[in-house]
Design a protein around this ligand. Structure first.
Ligand SMILES: *Cc1c(COP(=O)(O)O)cnc(C)c1O
Length: 445
């Protein structure tokens, strides 16, 4: 590509809004991607441990899904369809029920919302308020639910929140937020005490593992008790599985190990399996009290995403190969964590997560930032999360092969050695001419 009179990154700084974010951590122009590798304009390869915040859990451009998408485009399959009946939607409805819901004994109606995560959260809350006739929603410390008004009101982070966002939010401590406080017990007391100051909420919304909030894991026991309490008080339980779902934690839904059945489940990010915008609200059939068009939107369902998602379910979820692969990779990760927590014990506060959704929390957030920068100079794409961005967030593709995973982990280890063991003496870790690359791989063909 020829852009005359500008350097490679110039156009972004000159023309694109300050709102841009991830690109600031990775100042190159990406062009191609395949599996766990991204390629920049020069054809240099990067290992991806970010997976677009969990939007490409099956790697970039997974080949069987790509073939289904190309075939659909090639035969002029209908793309824009509003929410009219399409064969693509028909096949998705059928396959999600058959491959995911029925084997898990789940019975949900499927509502396609506008195709982003925040839209599905908005629809879930709107429905909960409509069905219960109540306003208040319980959300948790460090929760992240998106950036539009209602979702932002539910989100914990002060830097993201703005004055005037949805005010009917009652904030509760997440599992483990305060040592010695069992927040389900606290919640129960508030509900049973007429003078506690808490109005009976319409719903409780939470992530079972908080992604942006720092990979905080709710225990199965806490989830089970929360489910019981909400059921007793006729409060709807909404699981936001936008990031933790679609296999990220080792099962399709993140709540499966706890055995709970939420009243509603929000899915988006990796649902299409191809990084295409797509969002789905699952809700118990009795909650389906919408009148036609009441929760409207032009792009509800994205036909190409239906096609990709159907192929993804058939390819990755109709047997247990992917789940076994995730577990094997998790075992490898755990072995590596044992090594790093011993080696860098003074700097690492905690390692936590499940499946291929892990965080390494450092005591000092500036070290986390330095480690991610040092990873990037080794051509590893990795991000941070948590209230101070103090947690290094490991989210490789679920399909990553052991060699690539090991190679990425080796880059993190080297980055940690560089940052944690050799105090910075020069600018050399940002000088791209002096870098040693550990990920020598050939360009995508
Ligand atoms: C990403 C995310 C959202 C918001 O999704 P968008 O597509 O960015 O609107 C909501 N909840 C969780 C848990 C997320 O990770």
């Amino acid at each position: 590509m020829e852009i005359s009179g500008m350097d490679e990154l110039g156009i972004f700084a000159e023309v694109e809004s300050q709102a841009r974010s991830y690109c600031r951590s990775f100042p190159v122009v990406f062009d191609q991607a395949q599996g766990s590798y991204l390629y920049d304009l020069k054809g240099q390869a990067y290992i991806d441990f970010l997976s677009c915040a969990g939007s490409v859990n099956y790697g970039h451009n997974p080949k069987p899904v790509k073939a289904a998408v190309i075939d659909y485009l090639q035969r002029d399959g209908i793309q824009a369809a509003l929410d009219m009946h399409s064969r693509a939607k028909q096949e998705f409805l059928f396959n999600l029920r058959k491959i995911i819901l029925e084997p898990r004994a789940l019975s949900y109606k499927m509502q396609f919302t506008s195709p982003t995560g925040t839209s599905v959260v908005e629809s879930a809350i709107k429905l909960a308020r409509k069905v219960t006739g109540r306003q208040h929603i319980v959300a948790f410390t460090n929760g992240f639910h998106g950036m539009s008004n209602t979702s932002l009101g539910l989100t914990g982070n002060r830097d993201n929140r703005q004055p005037g966002v949805d005010p009917y939010v009652f904030r509760m401590p997440y599992d483990g937020y305060l040592t010695g406080l069992d927040s389900v017990e606290y919640f129960e007391r508030l509900l049973n005490d007429n003078s506690s100051g808490m109005d009976l909420p319409a719903a409780v919304i939470l992530e079972t593992i908080q992604g942006e909030g720092g990979i905080n894991v709710a225990s199965a026991d806490w989830l089970v008790r929360l489910r019981k309490l909400t059921a007793e008080h006729d409060i709807l339980l909404i699981i936001d599985d936008i990031q933790a779902g679609c296999g990220r934690t080792g099962t399709f839904f993140s709540f499966e190990p706890s055995g709970i059945t939420p009243d509603m489940v929000c899915l988006s990010k990796s649902l299409s399996g191809y990084g295409l915008p797509f969002a789905l609200l699952l809700h118990r059939p009795e909650l389906d009290q919408w009148s036609p068009g009441e929760d409207n939107g032009t792009f509800r369902g994205n036909t190409l995403a239906f096609v990709a998602a159907t192929k993804t379910l058939q390819e990755f979820w109709s047997d247990d190969r992917l789940v076994k692969h995730i577990h094997a990779n998790e075992t490898l990760l755990k072995t590596w964590f044992a090594k790093v927590t011993e080696r860098f014990a003074v700097h690492i506060k905690q390692v936590r997560g499940r499946g291929l959704f892990y965080g390494i929390e450092f005591y000092d957030a500036s070290l986390t930032a330095a480690v991610t920068r040092a990873c990037f100079t080794r051509r590893l794409i990795i991000e941070r999360c948590g209230p101070q961005d103090q947690v290094l967030k490991l989210m490789p593709a679920l399909t990553i092969d052991a060699d690539t995973l090991q190679s990425g982990l080796a880059s993190i280890f080297e980055a940690m050695q560089q940052v944690l063991e050799c105090p910075p003496s020069s600018e050399s870790d940002t000088d791209t001419d002096t870098l040693r690359f550990t990920n020598e791989v050939s360009h995508v063909d």
